[in-house]
Design a protein around this ligand. Structure first.
Ligand code: MN3
Length: 202
């Protein structure tokens, strides 16, 4: 079964001014679309083509660079579009807020550590907030299109929030100012979506 580029469910303009429409359009319709196309080509005719994207990531042979890069690209971007959905964003509250306070002291403490994970990722990659069964949360970062579901990334748990820090995610609007893009990201997180993901893991 071939993977498909997911529909955003909102307009490319919907995240302005934090993320400009042109960046959203290129990022979704070109970059993400290419990961889907290349992933489908890489798994066609193999025993991988019946698996869910999560199962593909969990059981990944990390030497299979086509599936690692493009499967990761598909999984990561799908999560990213969901956690910045501008509809019904909510606020950080409930059990997730308590877990974030327990791990990082406060929402500000979380933002500080998450921003650091994104800002210090050399080159291209992602910053993650992951949840563990039992409720603990942790922050980590991965290079390129790797993600915490893959084996041996040094990141544990299930991603409930992800931030793309590849230059293609911000360069048109922010140029080299990655920290400003990360700051803007905190204004557009859909906490309702992240809380639902958290509840599904713990
Ligand atoms: Mn990207």
């Amino acid at each position: 079964m071939a993977f498909e580029l997911p529909k955003l469910g909102y307009a490319y303009t919907a995240l302005e001014p934090q993320i400009d429409a042109r960046t959203m359009e290129i990022h979704h319709s070109k970059h993400h679309n290419a990961y889907v196309t290349n992933l489908n080509a890489a798994i066609a005719g193999t025993d991988m083509d019946t698996k869910s994207i999560e199962a593909l990531m969990n059981g990944l042979d990390m030497t299979n660079m086509a599936v690692r890069n493009n499967g990761g690209g598909h999984y990561n971007h799908t999560l990213f579009w969901e956690v910045i959905n501008p509809e019904d964003k909510g606020v950080l509250s409930g059990p997730l807020a308590a877990a974030i306070d327990a791990a990082f002291g406060s929402k500000d403490g979380f933002q500080e550590q998450f921003a650091k994970a994104g800002a210090t990722r050399f080159g291209s990659g992602w910053a993650w907030l992951c949840a563990h069964k039992g409720g603990k949360v942790e922050i980590c970062s991965t290079p390129n299109q790797d993600n915490p579901l893959m084996p041996s990334t040094g990141c544990g748990g299930t991603p409930i929030l992800g931030l793309d820090v590849w230059e293609h995610a911000y360069y048109l609007n922010y140029q080299n100012r990655r920290p400003d893009y990360i700051k803007a990201f905190f204004e557009i997180i859909n906490w309702n979506v992240v809380e639902k993901k958290y509840a599904a893991v713990i």
